[in-house]
Design a protein around this ligand. Structure first.
Ligand code: CA
Length: 230
């Protein structure tokens, strides 16, 4: 069931590292471990693992920062493996996009069950997005959260950036008003298009030469928006 799952393990306690490797290797998982956050991010970018096991207390950076950075380009499941039992750090990790949390010490069966569950939720599409959108004069760097038009950095509010990156990551597809609103403002948001239209008008003023004849973000009347692909 887990055969060939590629797992990156970021953990600075070597005995925990080898314990986890001993548990996972016989299951057919390919485990690559490292001891620092910096190396971990590099490995995740280059190997594109199916799952990430992450310790929060690392010598060079806080594991929470890693979760935040990985979530800018990947939806691969992250299971936090930590000695921190504080409710607060658990909640922070989950809020930032970790999928699960396992507290040291843990048993083999528990670790395996968590991994199986996380992998089961894998979607068919790759959990890695391209890290960049580039069409004509518009460049969006998703990892650095940077938008540039003709080489000039464009300042967007947080909501504006979320909207643009959502559309850009789905370039070529029509996104309905409803799906945009629920992804940006949450599933319980008021389904009122007004706030979306206002934000979109601001975005167009910043990104389009002529907002009345957009080059990048098109309106599908009565349906939603579609961002140009290619
Ligand atoms: Ca540690």
């Amino acid at each position: 069931m887990m055969t060939n799952a590629k797992i990156v393990l970021i953990e600075d306690e070597k005995n925990i590292c080898s314990l986890i490797e001993r548990i996972l290797a016989p299951q057919g998982c390919q485990v690559v471990s490292c001891f620092t956050g910096r190396d971990g991010l590099e490995l995740i970018r280059s190997l594109r693992p199916d799952l990430i096991l992450l310790d929060l207390g690392l010598p060079d950076m806080d594991g929470l920062t890693i979760i935040e950075q990985v979530r800018r380009f990947s939806t691969a499941p992250i299971i936090v493996v930590s000695a921190r039992t504080l409710e607060k750090s658990k909640v922070a990790a989950l809020d930032l996009g970790a999928d699960d949390y396992i507290t040291k010490p843990f048993g083999t069966a528990e670790l395996m069950a968590r991994i199986r569950t996380a992998l089961r939720h894998r979607q068919n599409q790759s959990p890695y997005q391209s890290s960049r959108y580039e069409v004509e004069d518009l460049v969006i760097d998703f990892e650095r959260r940077l938008v540039k038009l003709k080489g000039q950095e464009i300042h967007l509010t947080q909501i504006e950036y979320k909207l643009v990156s959502l559309l850009a990551q789905n370039a070529g597809r029509v996104m309905t008003y409803e799906s945009i609103i629920s992804k940006i403002w949450g599933p319980y948001a008021d389904n009122d298009n007004q706030i979306l239209r206002v934000n979109m008008a601001h975005i167009r003023r910043k990104l389009e030469e002529n907002p009345a004849e957009p080059k990048y973000i098109f309106t599908e009347i009565g349906v939603g928006y579609r961002m140009r692909e290619e």
